[in-house]
Design a binder for this molecule. Structure first.
Ligand code: GTP
Ligand code: SPV
Ligand code: MN
Length: 580
């Protein structure tokens, strides 16, 4: 097979010359192709068949133990000018980056098959969707891209019609972390990744294309590519709202996107549009509309149970690729938080021993088609996307950030997003639980200078007829013994309910220096039985902590120097003054 697109033909030929594969396979996305890849991987031991009676068509993949998460220190934005990448990114000169990584690509596919993977991010007929082609030597990547994107012949046809696509070259290389790099060339619309077979490092349609490259394109074209879930909610009055939420990695996007209303809130309906990435455009109706560029979920497994997220729990019982979970004696997948079964083999394939740490890797993942979600909604395929009523920024903060507060207007909302912070998680290699600034949950994913990104966010005032209201949420406040103060998961709907009532202009809130907060009477807490002391901590403003917080935000924003938009600096000063 080949293509009528000359640029694609040439790129494949050049890449083959450089990497010297034994075979070249153009992916169609067919079921037969999938079955053949699964068979090949089973034979090689790259996939392990799980219990087919209880987990039909489910397989386990164990990645190399040194290759279990994104690697932010090895991820580079290679723009001609260093300042365009900004202090928020690692930068390398494009010529130097190409030379360095091409040396690693030379001959790296000897004896392997080079797969050409055409894919479309977004509904195939959407004017907002964008295509790419990933070249990879990993059948695991092909199987995952087939679930995560609209992959194969349809995408190739769109590329042939449009003539443009993002080029992504990937090889697992020798999996040595010393020879691992994830390089982005936003000015060339291309990506080169070597040395990792894991998630965001290797499935190039996801973070590399749909966030880093897309955010760069979005700025020049007047839209936004964001690390956001998109959820549809209907309240008992029949009002429908779509809410987008930017929380850092492993901070609750998938769970909020698939939320199940608590029994004490009858009449509520919730459906998922997206759970990791949103592309936001000003629609022809003048509203901010969101599409989910992905077709599947690459979600965190630990913590998934019938209690926390029954939708996800059910969804991953068939046709699922598991990566780095443990296995029970019955050959079922197992993870911390699964309420049945016991692990006998850990994520590395060794006999399970508590002394060696968790049975499933904390960043173990499931890959499933979005259509398997019981809360799937066909509007996920809507070419224009859904109108967004509210944007939530959220972090994992054991202290300081209250359960919820509302920004007074768009400018303040941008300042809240820019200043947000969260504890680091196992989704990236490095220390876990360290508080860091993570503006709009995009610290690892923005393909250009955050100062310009903040200016781009501010520019939507005036461009959008009805700007979404902006809120900050925190499901992760803890008491002094490390216990979560808020039940989270389905009960987060109580906060969403207040958010919707604020959008409808009926819920009460009181003004504070950091924004508008609810009193406990303003929230629907029926059936929760939370102690008053917990509610007090969740909804109180710790002024001393906020004085320290606002100074840290100020120091952080100053890292962007003169490039920081004056309007954002002024907004910061306003909040600082209000805090006194
Ligand atoms: P990425 O896929 O890495 O971008 O993560 P995500 O933002 O989609 O996070 P996800 O929903 O997968 O949640 C990550 C972890 O946080 C899981 O272990 C969840 O069980 C847990 N979690 C999610 N929501 C809540 C919540 O409301 N409260 C508490 N305590 N934990 C939560
Ligand atoms: C994240 O880390 O935010 C993820 C997983 O969603 S990965 O695909 O590895 O980026
Ligand atoms: Mn993510």
């Amino acid at each position: 097979m080949t293509t009528t697109n000359a640029a694609l033909r040439e790129w494949v030929a050049q890449t083959a010359k450089l990497t010297q594969p034994e075979h070249i396979h153009w992916c169609t996305g067919s079921d037969t192709e999938r079955d053949e890849l699964v068979e090949l991987m089973l034979q090689r031991g790259d996939l392990i068949e799980l219990n087919q009676a209880t987990f039909p068509n489910c397989y386990l993949h164990r990645s190399h133990p040194s290759d279990v998460a994104r690697v932010e220190h090895l991820t580079f934005i290679c723009t001609k000018n260093k300042a365009d990448a900004g202090p928020n990114n690692n930068w390398m000169d494009p010529a130097e980056a190409h030379a360095k990584i091409d040396a690693l690509f030379a001959g790296c596919m000897k004896g392997r098959t080079l797969y050409v993977v055409p894919y479309c991010m977004g509904p195939i007929t959407s004017p907002y969707a964008r295509c790419g082609v990933e070249i990879t030597d990993s059948p695991y990547v092909v199987l995952n891209m087939r679930i995560m994107t609209r992959m194969g012949t349809q995408a190739l046809h769109r590329i042939e019609k449009e003539g443009t696509f993002v080029k992504g070259l990937h090889s697992v290389g020798d999996l040595n972390p010393d020879r691992r790099f994830i390089m982005h060339f936003p000015e060339e619309l291309s990506i080169k990744s070597i040395g990792s077979g894991y998630g965001g490092n290797a499935l190039l349609g996801k973070k590399c294309h749909a966030l880093r490259i897309a955010s760069y394109q979005a700025r020049t074209e007047g839209w936004l590519a964001e690390h956001m879930l998109i959820v549809g909610v209907e309240n008992p009055r029949g009002e429908v709202h779509y809410i987008a939420g930017a929380f850092p990695s492993a901070c609750g996007k998938t769970n909020l996107g698939m939320l199940i209303p608590p029994d004490t809130m009858p009449g509520w309906k919730v459906w998922t549009i997206g759970e990791d990435i949103a592309w936001l455009h000003v629609g022809s109706d003048g509203r901010l509309r969101a599409i989910n560029p992905e077709a599947g979920f690459f979600g965190v497994v630990p913590g998934t149970s019938p209690k926390t997220n029954r939708n996800a729990y059910e969804m991953i019982h068939h046709d699922t690729i598991y990566t780095n979970v443990a296995v029970t004696a019955d050959n079922e997948p197992w993870w911390e938080g699964r309420t049945s079964g016991t692990p006998v083999t850990d994520w590395k394939g060794n006999p399970y021993d508590k002394a060696n740490g968790p049975a499933a890797h904390p960043n173990s993942r499931f890959t499933v088609s979005a259509k398997q979600n019981p809360a799937y909604n066909h509007l996920m395929e809507h070419p224009e996307g859904v109108p967004i009523s509210a944007i939530l920024f959220g972090g994992r903060r054991r202290e300081v950030a209250p359960l919820v507060y509302e920004a007074r207007d768009w400018k303040h909302g941008v300042m809240v997003g820019a200043g947000m912070a969260s504890e680091t998680t196992a989704a990236a290699v490095g220390a876990v639980g360290v508080v860091r600034r993570d503006s709009m949950a995009m610290k690892p994913f923005c393909g250009y200078n955050f100062a310009d990104y903040f200016a781009h966010w501010l520019s939507f005032e005036g461009k959008v007829k009805q700007l979404p209201k902006v809120f900050h949420v925190n499901w992760f406040r803890q008491d002094k013994d490390g216990k979560f103060l808020w039940p989270g998961f389905g009960d987060n709907l109580r906060v969403i309910s207040w958010v919707i009532d604020r959008c409808e202009g009926r819920a009460k809130a009181h003004e504070t220096p950091i924004g508008l907060l609810p009193h406990k009477e303003d929230l629907d807490l029926k059936g929760l039985n939370l102690p008053d002391s917990s509610l007090h901590q969740l909804l109180d403003l710790d002024l001393a902590a906020w004085h320290a917080e606002i100074d840290q935000i100020g120091q952080y924003l100053e890292e962007y120097g003169d490039r920081l938009p004056a309007a954002l600096r002024a907004e910061y000063q306003r909040v600082k003054k209000a805090l006194g």
